[in-house]
Design a protein around this ligand. Structure first.
Ligand SMILES: NC(=O)c1ccc[n+]([C@@H]2O[C@H](COP(=O)([O-])OP(=O)(O)OC[C@H]3O[C@@H](n4cnc5c(N)ncnc54)[C@H](OP(=O)(O)O)[C@@H]3O)[C@@H](O)[C@H]2O)c1
Length: 300
């Protein structure tokens, strides 16, 4: 039976999901604080917690592990305010959930002798109940001193989650990678929809038409991983099709053309690793993807 007492400050989407998941895993939740009492109460009810308040210091006093799940720009301010009230003691563990910030954001707590950690759930959390389910079996990125990381690993294990541990000086690069994986995926689909728009397909219809294709690609990633999930003309060494693509793009915005070429070059590397593309074909496609004078004909 787990005895570490948990408190939450910031009863929003991520904090509420995390707290519910920990409650379901058997952790005692002893206090929830939020900017608005209503948010704190709603969250506290879900986890059978007797204390809901707008006073963050009140939930810290008796807690062993304190999550500060406010928006990123509030984490240090909230932590400093608690530290100034003299309620932080050595042995406590302060955790924030930001993917972008390091545990340094909790330095006011560290200065009072507490341990500090950044624990980033690699998950999109909106609804608390659904979020709590999603968190189980999710990956969590941990950054902080090794003793704090070890404590957090127990929390993650209790959720049947998995961990990635990153050093503080690489946290920004870690976050950039996630940004490419998730945010830029959405941006990329928006570019694809814009290309369809160029031929008269409206954005909504274009998006709907692409969704099964995107889902299929994600399933290929799940089932086959990298690089085997790659399909398409570059993967098959279909030089002629790539030449037609480039030619068809001459009237579209230069930024989209540049994006196509740049991602095409990365795709060549992936296709070579997968093994479906011959080195000579790779060279031909690389040449096609290299910017040409505006009036050059790209199909030989
Ligand atoms: N949502 C995600 O998918 C996700 C995933 C991974 C990590 N995270 C991280 O989780 C943290 C929270 O993000 P979120 O998406 O959960 O944001 P959110 O839904 O906006 O929740 C933040 C909560 O913090 C409370 N709050 C704001 N300022 C406060 C203050 N000064 N004192 C006390 N409470 C305050 C707000 O409370 P009131 O409701 O009372 O106004 C709000 O409910 C961020 O560090 C974020 O990077 C989020």
């Amino acid at each position: 039976m787990t005895t570490e007492r948990i408190a939450l400050i910031g009863a929003g989407a991520a904090g509420s999901a995390m707290l519910l998941a920990l409650h379901q895993a058997g952790y005692p939740i002893i206090g929830v604080a939020s900017r608005r009492l209503e948010s704190a109460k709603q969250c506290a009810e879900r986890v059978e917690c007797p204390l809901a308040t707008t006073d963050a210091a009140r939930v810290v006093v008796n807690a062993d592990i304190i999550f500060i799940a406010t928006p990123d720009d509030q984490i240090t301010t909230v932590c400093q305010a608690i530290a100034d009230q003299g309620v932080i003691r050595p042995g406590q563990l302060f955790i924030h959930l930001s993917g972008a910030l390091t545990s340094d954001a909790l330095s006011p707590a560290q200065n009072k002798g507490a341990e500090t950690l950044s624990l980033h759930p690699i998950q999109a959390l909106a609804d608390p109940a659904k979020g709590a389910e999603l968190l189980k079996k999710s990956y969590f990125c941990l950054e902080g001193l090794s003793s704090a990381v070890a404590k957090a690993m127990s929390l993650v294990n209790a959720l049947s989650g998995k961990t990635l541990v990153v050093p503080a000086d690489k946290k920004a690069l870690y976050h950039a990678a996630l940004c490419v994986a998730a945010n830029y995926l959405v941006t990329l689909e928006s570019v694809a929809v814009s290309l369809l728009e160029q031929i008269g397909i409206d954005r909504s219809a274009g998006m709907q038409a692409l969704l099964p294709l995107i889902q299929g690609s994600v399933e290929n990633l799940v089932n086959s991983g990298l690089p085997d999930a790659l399909t398409g003309p570059i993967s098959r060494g279909d030089t002629e099709t790539i030449a037609h693509h480039i030619d068809s793009m001459r009237e579209i915005p230069a930024a989209y053309q540049a994006l196509y070429r740049m991602l095409g070059k990365e795709t060549i590397e992936l296709a070579l690793k997968k093994g479906g593309l011959e080195p000579e074909e790779a060279e031909q496609i690389k040449l096609l993807l290299t910017p040409q004078p505006p009036d050059a004909c790209l199909i030989s």
